[in-house]
Design a protein around this ligand. Structure first.
Ligand code: FES
Length: 174
């Protein structure tokens, strides 16, 4: 079934309840988590899992990091996790690498994978290819600052990367 963000966004009492919580900063973190759980439950009712796109949507819409959303999914054992990608590409966003062309490197990755970025490129965000084969996400310093910028592909380290080098690397994986 094709994922439709409206299924977890509109026309539900759950949604208005959750929005009220999320856009009301004085409310406690536990209430925010309750709102997130309500949205995830609604999504699960429709899809019988939490699709990758739903995690990205909730991350964009609510400004909650994907890692937090995934932790809530896991902690509440509510459903199947998102489909495991074959390749996880991590962009080092540590103090050194984060200042070195990471937006251009990410842009190169997204273009070669055909991942849209209408709202602009955001190296702090997680992206996935439409077929779920690739996930691109930020990571902290991986301890190779002397050879920055660096990325990892399934935990294999690639140092001194450039947009062109990354493009060639990914073409070999598609
Ligand atoms: S900041 Fe990237 S390896 Fe340290």
């Amino acid at each position: 079934m094709k994922y439709n963000p409206d299924d977890c966004r509109k026309k539900t009492a759950v949604d208005s309840f959750s929005r009220e919580i999320f856009y009301n900063p004085p409310l406690a973190g536990s209430l925010q988590e309750a709102g997130l759980i309500a949205l995830l439950n609604r999504t699960y009712e429709v899809y019988e899992c939490i699709p990758e796109q739903a995690v990205s949507f909730l991350e964009d819409e609510l400004g909650i990091p994907a890692a937090v959303i995934l932790r809530v999914i896991r902690d509440h054992g509510m459903c199947t996790m998102r489909k495991k990608p074959q390749y996880v590409i991590r962009l080092c966003m540590g103090q050194v690498c984060g200042r070195r062309n990471m937006a251009l490197i990410l842009q190169s990755i997204l273009e070669v994978l055909g991942i849209g970025h209408e709202g602009g490129i955001d190296p702090e965000k997680t992206y996935s290819s439409a077929d779920g084969k690739f996930r691109v996400e930020p990571t902290g310093c991986v301890g190779a600052c002397g050879k920055s910028p660096v990325i990892t592909v399934n935990d294999e380290l690639y140092t001194s990367v450039t947009p062109e080098r990354v493009r060639k690397l990914i073409l070999l994986l598609i």
